[in-house]
Design a protein. Structure first.
Length: 218
């Protein structure tokens, strides 16, 4: 077994992530999974978590109507076992194309993809992104979080990132251009002080909106 294959085990991956993250990283995660204002209602926020792993981010979404999807069936088995007593938490084994055939159009308030895109080649990303708007309600949001190359990075930082398990880390402009083709309003920020490394490991958090809120409120 190659070293990187060890992290295909969801429990090991989660333990490693907790080990290397600073306190600020968990604050950033909490912000990333905070709900948009337009979802404040008596109903639970409907959430789709693409690439959910073994339910890595469920603790931040435990009060939602949550659906997680992952191609790794072992992760789904672990997640279902851990959250078996939560009727509002559901998991599906498969890819997004399979999921898209399950009649979930106009269903979700927010779709999350955290640390997913940098594992996918560009042609795969381009086959997935057009499917997401169909799944979202009006004013729905796509939220992405991934490592990103920046112009300010040191050589050692870029070298370490180039050895990430995900082989398709992009530059900031490349991520934004992909998203804006399908979401007319995008906001983002790049953070660097999240991991216990002696050098920056930049990550981008993007919020892609189906509709510009100012336009809908006007």
């Amino acid at each position: 077994m190659q070293f990187e294959e060890i992290f295909n085990n969801g429990m090991i991956y989660n333990f490693f992530q907790k080990l290397i993250r600073k306190k600020r990283a968990f604050e950033s995660i909490k912000e990333f999974f905070a709900f948009p204002s337009h979802t404040n209602s008596s109903e639970k926020v409907k959430v789709l978590d693409i690439g959910c792993g073994p339910g890595t981010y469920v603790p931040w979404l435990i009060d939602t109507d949550y659906t997680g999807i992952d191609v790794n069936e072992e992760n789904i088995v672990m997640a279902r076992k851990k959250y078996a007593n939560f009727a509002n938490i559901n998991f599906i084994a498969g890819d997004l194309k399979t999921f898209n055939n399950m009649k979930f159009e106009n269903t979700f308030d927010v779709v999350f993809m955290s640390n997913v895109l940098h594992h996918l080649p560009k042609d795969t990303i381009l086959s997935i992104l057009p499917l997401i708007p169909k799944l979202l309600k009006k004013n729905g949001e796509l939220r992405l979080s991934d490592p990103v190359y920046t112009k300010e990075q040191s050589k050692i930082s870029k070298w370490v990132m180039s050895h990430d398990r995900g082989k398709y880390i992009l530059e900031l402009d490349d991520y934004l251009s992909l998203i804006k083709d399908y979401f007319p309003f995008v906001k983002y920020k790049v953070e660097t002080d999240l991991l216990r490394f002696p050098f920056p490991y930049p990550g981008i958090a993007c919020w892609g909106y189906l509709f510009n809120e100012e336009k809908d409120n006007g």
